[in-house]
Design a protein around this ligand. Sequence first.
Ligand code: HMG
Ligand code: MG
Length: 306
Amino acid sequence: MRVPLDGLPERVTVYEVGPRDGLQNEKSIVPVDVKAEFITRLADAGLTTIEATSFVHPKWVPQLADAEELLGVLPRSPLNRYPVLVPNERGLDRALANGVTEIAIFGSATETFAKRNLNRTIDESLAMFEPVVRRARAEGLWVRAYVSMVCGDPWEGDVPLAQVASVARRLMDLGCSALSLGDTIGVGTPGQVTALIGEVVGAGIPLDRIGVHFHDTYGQALANTLAALRAGVTVVDASAGGLGGCPYAESATGNLATEDLVWMLDGLGVQTGVDVRKLAETSLWMADRLGRPSPSRVVQALAPKE
Ligand code: HMG
Ligand code: MG
């Protein structure tokens, strides 16, 4: 049954990160043809923006070392966007050589995670991103900026909102078109999310540029998403079947499951264009390939019963 709530957008863009954030954290390396089929099935379920892979150092993330091969076999359609993660100019060169038109850089709100994830301080990572964004924009690419550890950091604890907003501002000032606020370890709660969005908007970043990226470690991802939507956000990152994590962040588990998100938005009458049943079938298929059940409650509830 559809029952709307006041204060929500009419439509939400789901930014699917399963093939990248999900598969980067799998112990096994998923074969490239399975990745390509996964992405094709996600598109078929109505997802239009699908983060496909990363052009990072293959030793740092061996699960995505096949980025070139994957883009070579992935059927492209003008209806779909396939952004990829790019940390540096070497990554950008690889992305450009493979016909990528949308990239995402990824900064950190904390020094510890910047060091662990990028082998750089915050200042050094911004210096690394600067030529990436400049060259990407000159080539006509769309550039998104992630900020990680926006609700807390496993090494540093609480992260001041002003610190998050400052890094976000510096990333956007490089010339990025969109921002994604990442609760990498899933510790945030809805009041914190509301305050965070207020702080980021207060730093001069318009709401229509802001996306949210929740991991579900403490079961708060859906509640945090609702808080973000009520604060005016309309772009939500999610991962099919709740796959995910970050290999360089202790205690990061899966992202908000796309099925859980779409089930809630369908019930609220908020359009996404995504067919939740088709998507859940895809996540069941992927769970079979990975040899473990999907953590998504909606995927489990929609699974055919014996
Ligand atoms: P580094 O070791 O400092 O690299 O790593 P370097 O710049 O010193 O270069 C060393 C060698 O690596 C050089 O080769 C480079 O060419 C090569 P050599 O000259 O010695 O032969 N190299 C590369 N090769 C291929 N592709 C590249 C590349 N770059 C350098 N792109 C680096 C620095 C940034 C490369 C490394 O730290 C890295 O790859 N980090 C990626 C970590 C990662 O992918 N983490 C997960 C994604 S972030 C995330 O999940 C959070 C998010 O979901 C949001 C949230 O939840 O909060 C986005
Ligand atoms: Mg993430």
